[in-house]
Design a protein. Structure first.
Length: 167
């Protein structure tokens, strides 16, 4: 099933999972990436395919976000089941400023219970599930920007701040 309305509501719904599934995949052109290594910043995990028209539109919006956000949130785009050559050709024509991960066997898609493309998940700084959408978003829209700003400005829950000592 493909989410097909590019003018979909620019809003997330809460993602009530206890913890995100493991995500450790090869990168299209680079070393593998493990989601666990990104703890400390919010992370967008975006599932897409190049044959999905709404995914193509949304990729440009995510790239604009990456240019302005400078890694906060981090963005991981997970391609579902396509061959490397097709992806290289696609991104040669539409370069992006974030990693493209390869879900060759659709194992990540299944583990994350993705039922439609595009689907995006937003994790907080502790990599705890926060938000989800199964529709294409304008990542610069006010509701989306506000949701991301809250996650980006919040302190990690496991932050071990130094206690002040009396002088």
């Amino acid at each position: 099933m493909i989410a097909s309305d590019p003018a979909a509501a620019d809003a997330f719904r809460p993602w009530g999972a206890e913890a995100p599934p493991v995500l450790a995949l090869d990168q299209l052109d680079g070393p593998g990436i493990d989601l666990a290594d990104l703890r400390g910043n919010p992370v967008i995990v975006h599932f897409f395919a190049t044959w999905c028209a709404p995914c193509i539109e949304e990729m440009a919006s995510l790239n604009a976000l990456a240019a302005t956000a400078k890694g906060n949130p981090a963005i991981l785009a997970v391609n579902v089941g396509e061959i490397d050559a097709r992806l290289r050709n696609f991104f040669r024509q539409r370069p992006v400023a974030f990693p493209i991960l390869l879900d060759r066997d659709r194992g990540a898609m299944k583990a994350w219970k993705v039922e439609a493309l595009p689907t995006s998940f937003v994790l907080d700084r502790d990599l705890k599930p926060a938000l989800k959408t199964e529709e294409p978003l304008d990542w610069a829209s006010p509701p989306v920007a506000a949701a991301l700003a809250v996650l980006s400005s919040s302190q990690p829950r496991n932050d071990q701040r130094e206690k002040e000592t009396p002088q």
